[in-house]
Structure formats: structure tokens, C-alpha cells
Write a protein that binds this ligand. Structure first.
Ligand code: NDP
Length: 453
């Protein structure tokens, strides 16, 4: 790390000592930005990066709700409005017991670069709660969402801040949140994305993150004159991103070997085909059950429970060509990255946000594999959210083909930006620098134009 990046990282460490995920995200980007400030001292003197790492606004609030038995619960709600230089704040809401300020700050920070890469006019934000929807009834989830929105509604709006889903927030939760917002404001607007198709949602939004991550992998492979056909693929997670990643891999002729949840993973050597994927979609989206049930349904598959005392994840030890981490942050550590490389994986497209530790990222980059970080690879989700906002503004829905085609072109364009920028800054083939710098430049120039705000 050079002295500029070190200075920035030391400042974050001193100011926010209890925020390891945020520090990790800043450290990874700071390295790339040091290449930019060497050539552009104007960004340094205007302290653009130092401003980008400070949220424009942090909102934290109490969310009281009552369960089906009449017991009272108190959760914590957050919204981080990180950067509005190029458009209204935009980013998902995460409901998961691990949610805290560090995790949301890292996600909001990543979102600023990601949204810029899409070339759409959207700023960066993120929010959520330490509420766990798992094991709750629909009524409990509804009461929680309504209480959450009773405070959030005053901070968001179609031209101010437009939240979407993330871990633990899917179509059901967006519906309850939207219903309450509409009731409180008495207006029908595009204030949330990921809405149902009958009430302002966009076709392809549920599919967008997973499809986009696979389009990115296909673009990276095409740069080496290869395709996904017959490639063996490791996918982690079994939620929204993982399901549609698997679907698009199948459509492009690849073979999906694994899926997981927070308890364990299944390995199906014969491949998870369309029928098996339908089973998983029903298992996860309707029955809301565990991935272990897959091995009961398809006895050829092997289920392995995660063991937290192990220093690596055996899912990443399986021999394959490509990997699509699609569960959560830091699911690939240094040992996992080394295992992936050892067993032949040479294309990694991150559906999740920051799934690879900085040690793992360095191993991938040094090995010269096709490695695309989450802020570029999973930008398809927010890109189609941006397209949902456009359709809401026009009050005109586009067809499935139209949205999918736009998504594909956006991912192709992000890939090209990463390649061109990495090359321009002297690190050809380095998608990490390409994504970080490519995302930074547009935001930085907008901030220079808009003065010291
Ligand atoms: P879902 O809630 O639909 O699914 C999350 C999946 O990851 C589940 O299988 C879940 O298992 C697993 N998981 C979550 N936390 C952990 C954990 N701590 N350890 C192991 N497994 C875990 O979320 P999404 O699919 O929407 O999100 C997945 C990733 O993609 C996240 O990193 C998210 O930020 C990122 N992302 C999502 C976008 C979207 O459009 N939805 C857009 C861009 C990025 P379990 O059910 O057991 O918790």
C-alpha cells in the first residue's frame, strides 16, 4: 500500500476502530485510488476520496414491533445516505441479525462506485435492520416492515433516496414496505424498486443481479475467446442472486455443481438442472426451508454442514472452472482463494458484495485469473432498479426482452470500462482497479463541479 492509501486507511482506523468491514472496503479501494491521485492532484487537493468515505447522512432509529404471541421486540433500523453527487441515493435494505453500522457503511460505500459504473444517474446508499425474517410468520414480517417504514418514510422519496432489496428483503418485504409508504404519504411513486409486476415493478428485476453476474463472467471469458458452455461452476448461497445466477449459467450451457445457505452446502456432481433448480426455488421462496432438503430429494447430491471451527469452506475446494460467490461478505478467505486456484478455478464473478477477503483478492489478482469484484459483477441488480425508476417516471413498462437486452448491454459496458480503465492506469487485466477507478472518476468529477458540499 502506498503512502496516500496508508494515510486514508490510518484515518479510518483511528476514527472508526469498530468497523472492520468498512475499513476492509476502504483499504481495497484506496489502493486503486492512489493510482488516480498520482495523475490527478486536483482530486487530492479537493479531498474527494476523503469526502467519499464520509457518509452524507447516517440515520439510525428504533423499530418496535409485536410478535404473534403479543410479545414486544425492539430492533434497530438504519439508512446510510452515502453520496448523491450523480443522483438520488440508491441501494438495498438488508434484514439480517448481523446488520450493524460497519456492514452498512461498507455496503453503502461499495454502492457509490457500483451505481456510477452502471452509467445511470443514481447515487449510493444502503440500509436495513438487525431484524431476522427467518422463522417469522408473514404477519410478523408485515408488522415489522410497517414499523420500519413509519420512521424511514420521512427520509426517502423518488427524487431523494430509493431503497431496494438485499439479504432478507425480497418481494414480500418490499410489498409491505411500499404499502406502508403509500399509506403514510398518500402517493403512488417509484420510491422503492423490486416492486411487484402489478404495482410498478420491472420485468427482469428479480433476475437482474444473478443474470448480470453471469453476463460479466461470459464477457470475461469472451476476452479469452471462451464461453460458459460446458464450464463447471460453483455457486454459493441459494437466495435471489444464487438462484438466477444458476438459471443463467444453465441457459448459457454451463453446469452448476453447488448451492448453499448459512447452515451448509450441497454438491451435485451430476449438475443442478432446470428441474432441480425449480425445486430449490420452491424450497427457498415458498417453503422457506433449508438447502439440506435438496440432498433428501436428490440422493446423489452430498450435503455438508458448515463447521465454524474450520478455517476454510469446503465448498470452495471442489474442482471447477468458475466460481460465483452469491451469499455474503467474506465468504472466501485467503485459504479458500488458494484452494480455488489450486483446483482449477480461473474465472470468478462476484454476485455477493465483497465476498472475498482482501488477502483472497490479492491472490486472485496476482494469479492473473479472470476476477471481477462485486461492485462491477453484481451491478446488474441496481442497474435494473434504475431502469425500474425510469419506467415508473414514464409510467410505461418495458417488455422482458427490452429490459434484459438493456441489462446485457450495461454489463457489457461495465466490462469494457473495467478493461479500458485498468489498461489506462497501467494495470491491464486488473478488474479491481478497473472497477474502483472507473466508478470513482464520474463521482469525483461531479463532486468537483458541485463545489465543497
Ligand atoms: P437472499 O437473502 O435472497 O439470500 C442470501 C443467501 O445467502 C441465502 O442463501 C443465505 O442463507 C446466504 N447467507 C446470508 N448470510 C449468510 C452468512 N452470514 N453465511 C452464509 N450464508 C449466508 O439475499 P440476496 O441473494 O439478495 O443477496 C446475496 C448477496 O448478493 C449479498 O451479498 C447481497 O448484498 C448481494 N447483492 C444482492 C443484490 C440483489 O439484487 N438482491 C444486488 C447486489 C448484490 P440463509 O438463508 O441461511 O441465511
Amino acid at each position: 500500500m502506498n503512502s496516500y492509501a496508508q494515510e486514508v486507511v490510518d484515518r479510518v482506523k483511528a476514527k472508526d476502530p469498530g468497523q472492520p468491514e468498512f475499513l476492509q472496503a476502504v483499504a481495497e479501494v484506496a489502493d486503486s485510488i492512489s493510482l488516480v491521485v498520482e495523475r490527478h492532484p486536483e482530486y487530492r487537493s479537493a479531498k474527494i476520496f476523503e469526502r467519499i468515505i464520509e457518509p452524507e447522512r447516517v440515520i439510525m432509529f428504533r423499530v418496535p414491533w409485536m410478535d404473534d404471541l403479543g410479545d414486544v421486540h425492539i430492533n434497530r433500523g438504519f439508512r446510510l445516505e452515502m453520496n448523491s453527487a450523480i443522483g438520488p441515493y440508491k441501494g438495498g435494505l438488508r434484514f439480517h441479525p448481523s446488520v450493524n453500522l460497519s456492514i452498512l457503511k461498507f455496503l453503502a460505500f461499495e454502492q457509490v462506485f457500483k451505481n456510477s459504473l452502471t452509467s445511470l444517474p443514481i447515487g449510493g446508499g444502503k440500509g436495513g435492520s438487525d431484524f431476522d425474517p427467518k422463522g417469522k410468520s408473514d404477519n410478523e414480517v408485515m408488522r415489522f416492515c410497517q414499523s420500519f417504514m413509519n420512521e424511514l418514510f420521512r427520509h426517502i422519496g423518488p427524487n431523494t433516496d430509493v431503497p431496494a432489496g438485499d439479504i432478507g428483503v425480497g418481494g414480500r418485504e418490499i410489498g409491505y414496505l411500499f404499502g406502508q409508504y403509500k399509506r403514510l404519504r398518500n402517493e403512488f411513486t417509484g420510491v422503492l424498486t423490486g416492486k411487484g409486476l402489478n404495482w410498478g415493478g420491472s420485468l427482469i428485476r428479480p433476475e437482474a443481479t444473478g443474470y448480470g453476474a453471469v453476463y460479466m463472467a461470459a464477457e470475461m471469458l469472451a476476452s479469452r475467446h471462451e464461453t460458459l458452455a460446458d464450464k463447471t461452476c460453483l455457486v454459493s448461497g441459494s437466495g435471489n442472486v444464487a438462484q438466477y445466477t444458476a438459471e443463467k449459467i444453465l441457459q448459457l450451457g454451463g453446469k452448476v455443481l453447488t448451492l448453499s445457505d448459512s447452515n451448509g452446502f450441497i454438491y451435485d456432481e451430476g449438475g443442478i438442472d432446470r428441474e432441480k433448480l425449480n425445486f430449490v426455488m420452491n424450497l427457498k421462496n415458498v417453503r422457506r426451508a433449508r438447502i439440506r432438503d435438496y440432498a433428501d430429494e436428490y440422493p446423489d447430491a452430498i450435503y455438508t454442514a458448515f463447521d465454524s471451527s474450520m478455517n476454510y469452506n469446503p465448498l470452495w475446494e471442489i474442482k471447477a472452472d468458475c466460481a460465483f460467490p452469491s451469499a455474503t461478505q467474506n465468504e472466501i478467505n485467503g485459504v479458500d482463494a488458494a484452494n480455488l486456484l489450486k483446483n482449477g478455478v480461473y474465472c470468478v464473478s462476484e454476485g455477493a458484495n465483497m465476498p472475498t477477503s482482501n488477502e483472497g483478492v490479492k491472490l486472485f489478482v496476482d494469479a492473473g485469473i479472470l476476477y471481477c469484484p462485486g461492485k462491477a459483477a453484481n451491478a446488474g441488480g441496481v442497474a435494473v432498479s434504475g431502469l425500474e425508476m425510469a419506467q415508473n417516471s414514464m409510467r410505461l413498462p418495458w417488455t422482458r426482452e427490452e429490459v434484459d437486452n438493456r441489462l446485457y448491454l450495461i454489463m457489457k459496458n461495465i466490462h469494457q470500462t473495467c478493461v479500458d480503465v485498468a489498461e489506462r492506469f497501467g494495470t491491464p487485466g486488473n478488474y479491481v482497479n478497473g472497477a474502483n477507478i472507473g466508478g470513482f472518476l464520474k463521482v469525483a468529477d461531479a463532486m468537483l463541479d458541485q463545489g465543497l458540499v
